[in-house]
Design a protein around this ligand. Sequence first.
Ligand code: ADP
Ligand code: MG
Length: 599
Amino acid sequence: MDIIHLLPDSVANQIAAGEVIQRPASCLKELVENSLDAGATYIQIILRDAGSTLLQVIDNGKGMSETDARMAFERHATSKIQSATDLYALHTMGFRGEALASIAAVAKVELLTRRPEDQIGTYLEIAGSRVMAQEPAQAPVGTSIKVKDLFFNLPARRRFLKKEDTEKRNLLRDFYRIALVYPQVQFLLVNNDEVLVDLPKQTVKERIESIFGSAQKKTFSSQLVELQANTPLVNITGFVGKPESASKKPQQFFFVNGRYMHHPYFHKAVLSAYSGMLGQEQNPSYFIYFEIAPDEIDVNIHPTKTEIKFTNEQYIWQILSATVRESLGKFHVAPSLDFDKEEPFEIPAATRTNTHFDAPHVQVNTAYNPFKSQSTYQPQKVETKGWENLFPVPEQRPVSSVEASSEKRITIDEVQAQTAIALPPKHILLPMPEGLMVIDQHRAHLAVQYAHFCEQIAEQQGIMQQVLFPEVVDLSVDEIELLLSIQDDLRFAGFDITQISKQTFSIDAVPAELSGQNAETILRVLLQDLTTNLQEARVPKIALTLAKATAIPAGKVLSKEEITDLLTRLFALSDYVFTPEGKRIVSLISTEEIENKFK
Ligand code: ADP
Ligand code: MG
């Protein structure tokens, strides 16, 4: 019986568009996941030039019929789902029916496959989506897919491939994320005739040891303690590192229903269980596997995303934190665990302190951000020449009495803010009983963003935005040392940066506020800023750099709504008069001064 059917268009359309195959690593991931779906117990991976010349996956799975072999390369051909709701179930790995079609569109593919029930197998050759040959052929049971000359028909994409070493690291990283979930499957990975990975059938713990234990000193897994929690909502298993094994370069993995995922919020739950047990800049390794009903998960079905939302995230946070805590305690890792004292179920609250100013009477809708679309902003042409001469507002000189120390506190309500007008290209004018307030819009937004990022980092709530093409950055020894020392803060701000070799890092996610900007540039500026002023506290510096990168430019014309929001946020700050760098944000031209101009 043939088992492949075509997805209805309606379903196909729900499938996130986008490139499935970005690089050899994503190609390998798709092929290996297919082999696992086909029930393979032995998977061989043969690479030449880290997959750019040849990437072959051979499995002993259930194989394909002659018709299925041909159908498998049609877009949205899959034997795995029938309806859109299935898209949300994570039980099978590949579920979009796009991978083989995508691969065959950008490479030369040779397929050899046979089902156990067939005498003879099928050979199929496709290049750039065109079928070059299809014939019956002798074949072992299972499937072999050769992908040759990836992106041969897309020279730009081919050039985009990084150095062989980098691609190799990406391949291994993605491969480990799969191999850690399938310890019962045997894997062999060979690049240019060199065996890089040889994994027998083993237990999870043995698999972790095989991958991360060093050849000389087999102690990695003895530093791990086991986790186990079965609750109606979620089952959690896996291992966490003993506190004394924590290091600057921990191995940290979360999996949900057999897939690797990123989860900064759960990461915090794990760390919370170690509170007080870790030295500075020491991070525990962990390998944590969640099993949960698919309808408890809201999966972003784009294949390149590893961020996953859970319906009951807070409960899982609590369960996870308590489970890790309990394991550390049970294995006598933590000498005394005082559950009452440590408030195990407390989710960290804001640590931002209020300084010497009273909070003004404003309503702030913190969820609202009118500047989200700034990258698509088109400046309007406005005649602005000469306005400054009419209204000289010196940059540094305080024109009047609005000083940070002034006992007169500005309170502004939404209605009042509505009366503000923007004076392009730089300033906002706000009529006040005392005169006319002039506000530098760029500096105002800078101060607002600065406070925002300080808070995000303190609350460890930065929102990660996965980047489509992870940026691979080579860094100097000094930069690396610095980066590793600020990695947590960067993560809390919303960065996801992985070290893929001694000198190379990959930026996989950036704070959502920065999306659309060049991640590498921002990282380099950050490192630069931090090196030049080492004695200053780093969180404010990180926040300042991010604020500068996201603050609206002076030339931007703001809508009424945006002005209202900006002013509301500005006057909610403890210091709205000066930027964190001490530049003046607001100036008041008193009624008297205005009168004087007309004498
Ligand atoms: P998906 O995995 O989302 O279904 P793919 O394009 O990756 O889409 O694969 C299309 C179909 O080809 C699969 O549904 C499966 O039926 C078949 N197939 C692909 N690889 C294998 C394999 N290694 N063994 C058996 N069948 C396979
Ligand atoms: Mg697939």
